[in-house]
Design a protein around this ligand. Structure first.
Ligand SMILES: [Zn+2]
Length: 279
């Protein structure tokens, strides 16, 4: 009985959630209109602690291609001064994003749940994790999901020199291409901390910059019920939700998805992935 009441309350909330956007989203929306000259790297807003740098690799010493066309995705995006925070689209469209993976302990279950409801999502993968589980990247693409670039080792880019930022991005583009057969079209800076170099290099490498509207803060392990609440309170057309499928114990994130996904669908949301044509 109690569960039924809870469900009814959530559904009612979702149905009227058109204007409900979290505080993080409001702050982010303001950032989009910021004057490029005054744009500073966004303060780190989310994410688990940075990982140690991955072991050095000599893979860049030899060119990967000869004199062919540049290895970037078609349709180079413009250089932004702030990342996209939401997606445009008709109706009650929402995007679910999962960062920092893949992780064999959690990503497969997330993929199972998405498959159960025939829903597509975005995975912003970390190169050093992808290197360990290329099969999971292949599965993501096979099942219609979008694999985005979340750097190689999840550093705070605003503290790095340009050359190192490039390496962080390029190595991950390469490993995504190796595992998925195509280079990523989307980039997300660790901690949501972009700087001018990150925008420029991302565009050079053919990637659009996508942040998020609603942060579940799932990495703080607040309990799956709280994660569910944050997603449902923030649900609105165009909202991009941030969760994590790696970087720690993500069983709460896995459980939460099983609960909020069917409820979002029941509330009439179309959960999808963004198209580069619409941005
Ligand atoms: Zn991250």
């Amino acid at each position: 009985m109690k569960n039924d009441q809870l469900l009814t309350r959530r559904r009612a909330m979702l149905a009227g959630a058109g204007a409900a956007v979290g505080a993080a989203a409001t702050a982010g929306v303001l950032a989009v209109g910021a004057d490029p000259e005054r744009t500073r790297p966004a303060a780190p807003v989310a994410g688990p602690p940075a990982r140690r740098a991955h072991r050095p690799s000599a893979y860049r010493l030899q060119p990967l291609t000869g004199y062919g066309p540049p290895r970037t995705a078609p349709g180079r995006p413009r250089v932004r001064s702030a990342p996209l925070l939401r997606v445009s689209g008709r109706g009650r469209t929402m995007v679910l994003t999962f960062d920092d993976g893949p992780d064999p302990d959690y990503t497969p279950e997330i993929l199972d749940t998405l498959a159960e409801y025939a829903v597509r999502a975005m995975f912003f993968v970390v190169g050093e994790m992808a290197e360990d589980s290329p099969d999971l990247l292949a599965r993501m693409v096979d099942e219609g999901h979008v694999v985005g670039n979340h750097t190689w080792s999840h550093p705070l880019l605003t503290r790095l020199r340009r050359a190192r930022i490039r390496t962080e991005m390029e190595r991950t583009c390469d490993i995504v291409e190796e595992a998925c057969g195509e280079r990523p079209l989307w980039f997300r800076a660790p901690y949501g901390a972009w700087n001018r170099a990150a925008f420029q290099l991302g565009a050079e490498l053919g990637m659009e910059s996508l942040a998020w509207t609603v942060d579940t803060l799932d990495w703080t392990t607040p309990g799956s019920a709280t994660i569910v609440e944050r997603v449902e309170d923030g649900a609105a057309p165009g909202v991009v939700v941030l969760s994590h499928d790696a970087g720690g114990d993500r069983s709460q994130s896995v459980r939460a998805l099983r609960s909020y996904l069917p409820e979002l669908l029941d509330a009439g949301y179309h959960i999808t992935v963004p198209s580069r044509r619409n941005v």
